[in-house]
Ligand binder design. Structure first.
Ligand SMILES: Nc1ncnc2c1ncn2[C@@H]1O[C@H](COP(=O)(O)OP(=O)(O)OP(=O)(O)O)[C@@H](O)[C@H]1O
Ligand SMILES: [Mg+2]
Length: 501
């Protein structure tokens, strides 16, 4: 018998001229949680899709409990007990939780009629231990991202998965939701499920994994026991160089107030929100997921204008009814959900970058495509985009690189206030640093930046001022030089700090 439940040897996968996997190895022990890490575009998601049969490898071997297997479809891998939760949610949003769980394996009577009552009962039994507040009759689209992931896990369990692969499952989760997911993952491991956990968050790895494998530029770099490799060595393995600091030095001078958000409210989302932001300043908007941060940003940007209150921009009260109004004033938004809100798959990468402001490329009534591409390339280099062909659609990019395209798109616009909703979500440790550098550069050139972030180290590493939201209201404003992570967390949770512990 093999020591490994799953083993891959020398796997090669190319897409046209792009080599996504160049002879990678991987060994998964029975009942372990194994982290798979590496930069954006390193090949992690592609590797998962090779395992599950979404992609056929060009060459290489896959052994399941020591026996060689090949999968032509996800049906085949699923029958062998392999399930995956992909990086981008693949569920059917309009169908119910029950329908999603039993998709393709519906329980039928002998006449082929679906037995809904039985499926609903089974769905409840599967979901209950994972979460008590998911209604299996509700449409997937009504659930939070965290809840949708739990449904995917229930679906995997309904198929008796022995191997569960999760591709960046914590990217959009709050701290509490992460903790819940950790506990569920550990429970599955204790029940004998072997787990591959892809993540950019070191916290996930330290909390869950006993071993870690690193890919870089389509290559296998190595695997280690988590407790035997230092943080620095691991970063080195991923990035290929030492990272001396996590946050760049700040050089911006803080100037006058450029925008004032004055007592804005939106029924059902937030109430009496006031804060301002200055030229050259990075203002962090933090709080728990669901505190109303994204909604406040969308309101300022004109996606859902507030019911009352006002926004004063450069000293004048402005009426922002749509994103076009906002962009005209010089207010830009990097949306949290880049995949659906930021990218157009029918356009090549370079046009995605330039589309929001084409005026600079029009000469004598026609688009100067050369100039347009030149600018796009320049911006893509700036954000360290890994793309082999900027004329390809964004869907050909890795998840993290798709996010960077939306960032580049904003850099093409001439803005004054930049609202960044979780700017480094899903971004690898090396590229994070360059995004922070860009933020500092923009601030130094006079931009005001509002950064929504759930990552406390990022808030403290980058912000000049911190505004905490709780339940759709401002819970406090803090100076990062004086506040601690605990103060901020307490404000987010409304825990009184008096009495001090
Ligand atoms: N369908 C596709 N067509 C063309 N190229 C692709 C396709 N899917 C992936 N690639 C390329 O393969 C490489 C690896 O991408 P992959 O999505 O596996 O990276 P990743 O490690 O998951 O990155 P991330 O951390 O950003 O999610 C990238 O260069 C990507 O552009
Ligand atoms: Mg990926």
């Amino acid at each position: 018998m093999s020591d490994y439940i799953l083993e891959l040897q020398d796997v090669v996968k190319t897409f046209g001229g792009v080599t996504a996997l160049n002879g990678v190895h991987f060994q998964l022990k029975k009942g372990e949680i194994h982290a798979l890490m590496g930069e954006n575009g390193a090949g992690k998601s592609t590797f998962i899709k090779v395992i599950t049969g979404v992609h056929r490898p060009n060459s290489g071997r896959m052994l399941l409990e020591g026996k060689e297997v090949t999968f032509k479809s996800t049906d085949e891998s699923s029958k062998m007990g392999i399930a995956a939760i992909y990086q981008h949610v693949t569920a059917f949003p309009d169908l119910s939780v029950t329908e999603n769980i039993f998709m393709g394996q519906e329980i039928k009577n002998k006449f082929g009629i679906y037995k809904w009552a039985e499926m609903t009962k089974k769905a409840k039994e599967l979901i209950e231990p994972l979460s008590s507040d998911i209604d299996v009759n509700k449409a997937m689209s009504t659930l939070s991202v965290a809840q949708q992931q739990l449904v995917e896990i229930a679906k995997a369990l309904s198929r008796n998965a022995r191997i569960l692969i999760m591709d960046e499952p914590t990217a959009s989760l709050s701290k509490n939701e992460c903790e819940q997911l950790y506990q569920i993952t550990e429970r599955l491991r204790d029940e004998g499920v072997s787990i591959i956990f892809i993540t950019h968050k070191f916290e996930d790895m330290y909390r869950l994994a006993t071993r870690v494998t690193v890919f870089r530029d389509a290559q296998y770099i190595g695997n280690w026991d988590v407790d035997k490799i230092s943080n620095n060595d691991l970063i080195n393995a991923m990035v290929g160089r030492e990272l001396t600091a996590m946050y760049p030095e700040k050089t911006a001078k803080i100037g006058d107030v450029i925008m004032e958000v004055d007592d804005i409210s939106k029924e059902g989302y937030f109430k009496n929100i006031s804060f301002n932001v200055r030229k050259g300043e990075i203002l962090a908007l933090t709080g728990l997921v669901g505190a109303g941060r994204t909604e406040v940003c969308q309101s300022i940007f004109g996606i859902m204008p507030p019911d009352s209150g006002k926004i004063v921009f450069e000293g004048k009260t402005v009426n922002i009814k749509s994103p076009i109004d906002a962009l005209k004033l010089g207010i830009g938004l990097l949306p949290e959900d880049r995949q659906t809100q930021g990218l157009v798959n029918e356009l090549p990468i370079y046009q995605n970058v330039t589309s929001a402001d084409m005026s600079k490329f029009i000469k004598g009534g026609v688009v100067d495509t050369k100039e347009e591409q030149k600018k796009a390339i320049e911006l893509c280099q700036k954000i360290q985009l890994k793309a082999s062909d900027i004329s390809a659609p964004p869907s050909s990019l890795s998840g993290g690189n798709q996010q960077k395209v939306v960032f580049a798109k904003l850099l093409n616009c001439d803005l004054k206030v930049l609202i960044l909703d979780e700017p480094t979500k899903g971004i690898d440790v090396g590229a994070k640093y360059s995004i922070y550098e860009i933020m500092n550069e923009l601030a130094a050139s006079g931009y005001a930046i509002i950064m929504v972030s759930s990552e406390m180290p990022e808030v403290f590493g980058m912000a000049d001022r911190i505004v905490v939201l709780r339940n759709g209201r401002v819970a406090g404003e803090f100076d990062p030089k004086e506040a601690t992570q605990e103060t901020i967390l307490n404000a987010s949770l409304q825990v009184k700090t008096e009495g001090g512990h």
